[in-house]
Design a binder for this molecule. Sequence first.
Ligand code: HEC
Ligand code: HEC
Ligand code: HEC
Ligand code: HEC
Ligand code: HEC
Ligand code: HEC
Ligand code: HEC
Ligand code: HEC
Ligand code: HEC
Ligand code: HEC
Length: 310
Amino acid sequence: MRFQGKSLFLVVAAVLLVAAVATAGDVPMADNAYIGSEACFDCHDAADLGMQADVHMQIQSFEVQGREVGCEGCHGPGKLHMEESDPELIRTFAEGADYSESVCMDCHATKNLPEWDASIHALEAVACTDCHGVHGKRNKPNEACTACHADSRAAFELPSHHPLREGKMNCSSCHNPHSATDFMLKTRMRKADLCYTCHQDKEGPFIFEHPPVQEDCSLCHTPHGSVANNLLTANEPTLCLQCHDFHFHAGYRASDSLELEIGGIERENPFGPEAYQIAYTTNCTQCHARIHGSDTPSQTTTGWGEGLTQ
Ligand code: HEC
Ligand code: HEC
Ligand code: HEC
Ligand code: HEC
Ligand code: HEC
Ligand code: HEC
Ligand code: HEC
Ligand code: HEC
Ligand code: HEC
Ligand code: HEC
């Protein structure tokens, strides 16, 4: 019994030791020690490293619960590296290193990034340093994203687009690249709630709601860019005809006469027999102007339809 207990202890100790080494991973921990940021500058040029203004060099250890701060907060202990001047003995964040995330997350997990592990980016093994340049190599907004999402960026070049290339917004106006929400959108609720943050007038409440608007803006709109006007997925009337039938008289021939008497008043009929087609099969919103909802039922145009001829 005694013997078994002892070997169990050894096994546990060995597992713990392996775990400890595995956590440290890259940097040798045995006989290593922290030497402080000043020591690094003996051999590395402070200005070249572009860290003077970096927030990480201003952190005090009490702010991060006693974790190491300064250069070694990210690069790990530097004593062995200093003694040997060997780049193998320090964390370099070389491409493909699997520790980069855990190093950053050691400080950032709870405070900034509680959902990171469940995000698509984490699941797809996108690293912090794919988007965040340290050492003065700050990425401009959007640039980090477009390296991998060229197609999304390209959509903003289409004729109708959210004003991203005009500099009025960027990818993170709508996306939080650390979050676990649908499409990493900055909303926990419906997709439309994101849109309402900037387009409040579309939220209503309206007496006559248009059901697809309540359901999902993307039934009619595409968020990045579109060849159709107003970021629509298709131009009118095609858009509307995906769900609605033509007005029953849209297929009828109208009178050949260029003048018509309606309600006792002589009126022009400039399009003659094509009048119905021209009136009803161009822009449905000429008449149904409040497409996102209104307080009056399906409106007609004012002024006896004169708006249609303009
Ligand atoms: C005694 C001189 C010396 C000191 C002190 C020193 N280094 Fe180095 N370091 C070197 C040399 C030499 C290299 C290899 C240079 C090269 O490959 O361009 C190097 C390389 C590195 C690299 C890898 C660079 C690369 O491109 O792969 C990192 C990261 C690094 N040092 C960080 C540190 C940090 C952090 C400190 C302080 C904790 C530090 N060094 C202190 C001499 C030193
Ligand atoms: C916030 C974490 C962080 C801090 C703090 C930090 N580094 Fe780095 N360092 C990195 C990362 C990540 C890389 C990999 C290249 C990159 O992404 O810019 C790197 C790369 C390097 C390199 C090699 C590439 C180069 O630009 O020459 C050296 C040398 C280096 N760091 C030294 C230092 C020294 C010295 C300090 C303190 C003044 C320091 N680092 C502070 C994260 C950090
Ligand atoms: C020793 C703890 C620590 C480590 C390790 C660390 N950070 Fe930070 N970082 C902080 C603190 C503290 C702040 C400032 C307060 C804040 O925004 O949370 C900060 C701020 C930031 C910011 C936003 C502020 C800015 O203007 O730059 C980014 C981005 C960031 N860190 C990325 C990283 C990345 C990427 C890594 C890994 C290469 C990393 N951090 C490693 C503690 C740390
Ligand atoms: C896909 C690109 C991307 C990746 C990967 C990424 N970030 Fe970010 N991060 C951003 C962008 C963009 C912002 C600015 C967000 C904003 O302005 O709303 C940001 C902001 C931050 C901030 C400061 C703002 C805040 O949320 O408090 C910190 C800290 C940060 N990131 C740390 C990290 C760490 C640590 C990792 C790795 C675990 C990481 N990021 C991975 C793109 C990324
Ligand atoms: C290193 C490459 C890389 C970078 C940089 C990157 N992403 Fe991604 N992103 C991916 C991969 C891989 C996926 C998952 C596959 C896909 O949907 O394309 C993804 C998925 C997404 C998705 C879709 C999520 C879903 O639910 O389908 C969004 C939104 C996104 N990224 C936004 C961003 C934003 C915003 C940035 C810049 C802050 C960014 N990405 C930077 C690689 C990257
Ligand atoms: C106006 C808000 C908005 C902006 C700005 C925005 N997005 Fe999106 N993005 C969305 C919405 C909403 C979706 C979900 C689309 C859907 O329902 O299919 C989405 C979906 C995505 C997707 C996944 C689906 C796809 O189209 O491949 C990626 C990747 C993406 N966005 C990347 C980006 C990048 C990169 C940028 C910056 C260049 C950006 N987005 C800017 C709102 C936005
Ligand atoms: C961060 C703010 C913001 C968010 C979030 C946002 N938009 Fe926009 N949207 C704008 C701005 C700014 C414009 C340009 C207005 C202008 O040019 O007058 C715009 C324009 C539009 C246009 C008109 C485009 C054109 O060609 O004139 C449509 C349609 C639109 N947004 C729909 C949406 C939808 C749908 C969503 C949700 C997926 C959304 N927006 C989310 C800010 C936002
Ligand atoms: C049934 C299709 C449909 C749905 C669903 C829809 N829209 Fe629209 N939207 C349109 C049409 C058509 C236009 C063209 C301009 C017009 O006639 O009002 C438009 C124009 C816009 C415009 C630009 C012109 C303006 O009125 O400011 C914005 C912004 C907009 N929509 C936002 C939204 C938002 C936000 C949602 C979701 C809450 C949404 N739309 C849902 C059809 C739709
Ligand atoms: C995704 C499907 C869908 C699209 C696209 C769509 N609608 Fe609708 N629309 C509906 C539904 C569902 C109703 C409510 C049921 C009904 O009254 O037929 C409705 C109701 C209406 C009404 C009100 C009917 C009444 O009795 O007051 C009008 C007018 C209307 N839509 C016009 C349009 C126009 C114009 C477009 C194109 C800009 C359009 N719709 C696009 C689904 C859609
Ligand atoms: C010339 C003006 C005009 C045009 C253009 C127009 N409509 Fe209408 N629409 C009306 C009038 C008037 C009504 C009846 C309003 C009422 O009964 O309250 C109506 C009613 C509707 C209704 C309610 C259901 C019904 O049949 O009673 C729907 C849905 C509708 N229109 C869809 C469309 C679509 C889709 C288009 C484009 C293909 C379109 N409309 C073009 C004037 C127009």
